[in-house]
Design a protein around this ligand. Structure first.
Ligand SMILES: C[S@@+](CC[C@H](N)C(=O)[O-])C[C@H]1O[C@@H](n2cnc3c(N)ncnc32)[C@H](O)[C@@H]1O
Length: 297
């Protein structure tokens, strides 16, 4: 009964946001195009037409989102981003609206508490989706050069238009987080939000190594995700399996069972510089799992 109700609730999210989305799509695409083409915009959008998302992402309606993350129906398409933001806001009860993002908000707290000396001037957000966290970093660190990468062109067009509409400058790139096209040591802070559970083990290890490579000596890598792996209750244990089998979350269990600390060592972080954190969301009842690592000086 619980599983059937859960599955139906998840399907209803996409039906409820999909109907108004498609009804209003022309207006939204025109508005997004206007923001993307604006001569005085604050950020930038770099799409890579040669990029072909891997089947593990492209062929899955992740958490039942129609078309998944890589959906791209043409040069003005923003559906993946609109779906992600509106569906996500139903799912999270509006915790990611506007320039505030509850996940990024937790990282601001962590930086204040554990890394107060880090005043980031170059920030990279990996797997940014609709750019909720990216916009929050740009708003919170107005002097910083904020970059964000994702694999989905439809996702990135929307993220870019969204950031411009909010008046914050973020440079968005269509790029795989496991093969970053940035020079060594470029960033003070590299983050990812809810991305570890979306990728397989090999990509995760490559992504950690890339995050370390593009971070400057003394800079910080902070990877945040769902808390199902932290002291899981019986409910968490059921949820772990359920999402893998019934919610299009192919890597959910792989994330839950991974030894992420060992992966960070394997990526090149020193043992003494890696830490795990279990933090309460800034609003709502969620807790977040976070793993951080400082690049050796
Ligand atoms: C759950 S969403 C995270 C959204 C966003 N960070 C947030 O917290 O709102 C995961 C995102 O990671 C992206 N992604 C998955 N694999 C990726 C990869 N190899 N490189 C870059 N982005 C990837 C997906 O396209 C998706 O937008």
């Amino acid at each position: 009964m619980w599983s059937a109700a859960n599955r139906s609730a998840q399907e209803m999210i996409w039906m409820s946001v999909g109907e108004p989305l498609y009804r209003d799509l022309d207006r939204m695409q025109t508005a997004a195009r206007g923001l993307i083409d604006a001569p005085d915009k604050k950020g930038a959008l770099h799409l890579d037409p040669s990029y072909v998302p891997s089947p593990e992402i492209a062929e899955v309606d992740i958490h039942l989102q129609p078309g998944g993350y890589a959906l791209d129906r043409g040069p003005d398409d923003i559906i993946a981003g609109v779906f992600y933001e509106t569906g996500g806001n139903v799912f999270s009860f509006g915790q990611g609206a506007g320039k505030s993002d509850s996940k990024a908000g937790v990282i601001f707290k962590l930086l204040d508490a554990e890394f107060p000396e880090i005043k980031p001037l170059r920030i990279l957000d990996l797997g940014c989706s609709a750019g909720a966290a990216s916009a929050a970093y740009a708003a919170n660190f107005p002097d910083a050069d904020v970059h964000a990468v994702d694999i989905g062109a439809g996702m990135l067009r929307y993220a870019h238009a969204r950031a411009e509409a909010l008046g914050v400058g973020v440079t968005f790139h269509q790029m795989d987080a496991s093969v970053l096209n940035f020079e060594d040591g470029f960033f003070d802070l590299v983050v990812s939000h809810n991305m570890l559970h979306e990728i397989g083990a090999e990509k995760r290890r490559l992504m950690m190594a890339e995050a370390l490579r593009v971070t400057r000596p003394g800079g910080i890598v902070i990877l945040q995700d769902v808390d199902t792996r932290m002291a899981p209750s019986i409910v968490h244990q059921v949820e772990k399996d359920w999402d893998t089998h019934f919610n299009g979350e192919r890597f959910w269990n792989i994330y839950n069972n991974a030894d992420l600390v060992a992966d960070m060592y394997g990526a090149g972080f020193a043992r003494s510089d890696v830490a795990e954190h279990d933090m309460a969301a800034v609003s709502g009842i969620n807790r977040w799992y976070i793993i951080s690592g400082r690049k050796p000086v």
